[in-house]
Design a protein around this ligand. Structure first.
Ligand code: ATP
Ligand code: MG
Length: 503
């Protein structure tokens, strides 16, 4: 049953009960008051009649000073016709309660007669022949006789009025209930409107329309419920959006992973098949084996990187104070074997709070990328300086650069701007994704500024105190080229970190 109908039904039940009980008490009260008035009048009338009887008896003939039964009958007959209207109903009984005079229509019931005593006025309400009477009884003492005088007053009208009252009240109650039901229906429809709106919103959301919001039409508890529902819907929509994004990112990751696996494996299988099915001259034999080896190495490199990312995602670090110099010395050692590019290192002495091996890995990746992007003989600058809130590391190259539209994606796993170029240098597109993960562990971010054919600057800031939030200033060259650096997510590289985190 609908909520509105329930409210309606209960309201009608309660109102019917209230009307019924109050009506019963009201009509009954009026009836009782009228009846009491009638009783008083009947008792007064009975008293007057007694005086009239006594007066008449004094003038009646007596025998030895005692009033005779015949005289009593005569007085009774006179008193009977002496009343107003159609006369009185009365009964006169002697000392033995034997009737001496009885009006026609007087009740034969002698219950009241048995209760009459001296100096008391008795009465009872009786009914006879479909009419109601007040029967009174009183003792009359006159001329050595003790008689009982009873009267009957017709009070049918009072009872009829009560019946009329009940009937009228029933009719009024029915009409009132009808009118109340209509009014209550309209009020109920108005009051339950927020519930209907909320129910519709719930159905819409259940059907997948997560953007649907319930309209707030009141400022009461239901209005607040609507507000809360909409807040919950906002959170839900956000969470679902995030989950969908996460699912999409995972799917993209798996698709990219499968693709990255397929390319080297196809080459490996092809060259392996060539080697086993044909006799090749030494040179072709070497080239084929070499291809299998390099592609195998690429696969191995990829699996290590992937493993690193997965492990890093789950890792908790305990940053230690490290001299910044440690990292620059490591880069110099690492670079020692590189004959194609020149590494220029400049740094301010400082201390950072970091996990040494992880940050070494970040810097190695960035320098490796810078070298891969630079032409033969190009310069790669690595620098470090104290900035407000920490110590900034920067890797600058003057190589191919990254197109602006690609900046958002280079930190995604497997993403390579120029796939053939990256693959030819054993790249798997995982280095920056790993860097972002490591920096996230250090509560830091990777900032990328790049101009195509001019070069790229990648930077990040590490705290110089334990648990210190990082503050990023960015690469100077970018600031010069594009004006003041915008704060927050608009900065290149930052939003890509989120994309990489989803992997
Ligand atoms: P991996 O690091 O896994 O061996 P990779 O270097 O190709 O492979 P990332 O380090 O993640 O992968 O870099 C992703 C892509 O971003 C690269 O393929 C390259 O296209 C581009 N990129 C990264 N650093 C630079 C840079 N300094 N200059 C120009 N392009 C860059
Ligand atoms: Mg790389």
């Amino acid at each position: 049953m609908r909520f509105l109908y329930k409210i309606l039904l209960w309201t009608i039940i309660i109102m019917a009960a209230a009307f019924g009980v109050s009506g019963y008490f009201f009509v009954n009260f009026v009836f009782q008051t009228a009846l009491e008035r009638e009783v008083d009048q009947a008792l007064d009338g009975s008293n007057i009649l007694r005086f009239a009887f006594e007066t008449a008896a004094l003038n009646a003939p007596t025998k030895y000073g005692v009033l005779q039964d015949v005289a009593i009958e005569q007085i009774g007959a006179k008193l009977e016709v002496g009343g107003q209207g159609s006369g009185r109903l009365l009964r006169l009984s002697d000392e033995d309660k034997k009737a001496l005079y009885v009006s026609e229509g007087f009740t034969e019931d002698t219950t009241l007669l048995q209760t009459i005593t001296e100096n008391s006025r008795s009465f009872q309400v009786t009914s006879a022949g479909g009419r109601y009477y007040i029967q009174t009884g009183i003792m009359v003492s006159v001329l050595n006789r003790y008689l009982y005088l009873e009267t009957m007053e017709d009070v049918t009208e009072v009872f009829e009025e009560r019946a009329m009252g009940f009937k009228l009240y029933r009719q009024v109650t029915v009409v009132m209930l009808g009118v109340s039901a209509v009014v209550m229906f309209m009020i109920g429809t108005f009051l339950t409107r927020p519930i209907r709106i909320l129910a519709r919103a719930t159905r819409k959301m259940a059907a997948g329309d997560y953007g649907y919001r319930a309209r707030q039409v009141s400022n009461d508890e239901l209005g607040r419920l609507t507000q809360d529902f909409n807040s919950m819907a906002n959170v839900l929509e956000g969470t679902i959006g995030e989950l969908q994004g996460e699912i999409q990112a995972r799917e993209d990751f798996i698709a990219a992973f499968a693709h990255e696996l397929k390319t080297p494996l196809t080459a490996i299988i092809g060259y392996a098949d060539l080697l086993r099915s044909r006799e090749l001259d030494d040179e072709k034999h070497f080239l084929s084996s070499n291809y299998i080896y390099t592609e195998g190495k690429r696969l191995e490199n990829m699996s290590f990187r992937l493993l690193d990312i997965i492990v890093t995602k789950r890792e908790q670090i305990e940053p230690q104070p490290v001299s910044a110099e440690t990292f620059f010395r490591h880069l110099e050692d690492m670079f020692a074997g590189n004959r194609e590019q020149r590494l220029q290192v400049s740094f301010e002495v400082g201390t950072v709070y970091a996990e040494v091996n992880l940050i070494k890995s970040v810097l190695s990746n960035l320098v490796d990328n810078a070298c891969k992007a630079s032409s033969s003989g190009g310069v790669v600058e690595v620098s470090g300086r104290i900035v407000e809130g920490g110590y900034e590391f920067r890797v600058q190259d003057y190589g191919v650069g990254i197109p602006e539209e690609e900046l958002q994606r280079v930190t995604e796993a497997f993403y390579m701007v120029d796939k053939s170029r990256s693959r030819s240098r054993n790249g798997a597109g995982l280095g920056l994704a790993l860097c972002v993960e490591i920096l996230r562990l250090h509560e830091s971010e990777l900032w990328i500024d790049s101009v195509v054919d001019e070069g790229t600057c990648m930077s990040f800031v590490l705290p110089d105190k334990p648990d210190q939030p990082e503050k990023q200033e960015g690469c100077e060259r970018h600031e010069e080229a594009e004006g003041p650096k915008p704060e927050g997510p608009e900065k290149p590289g930052r939003s890509k970190k989120e994309a990489a985190n989803e992997v």
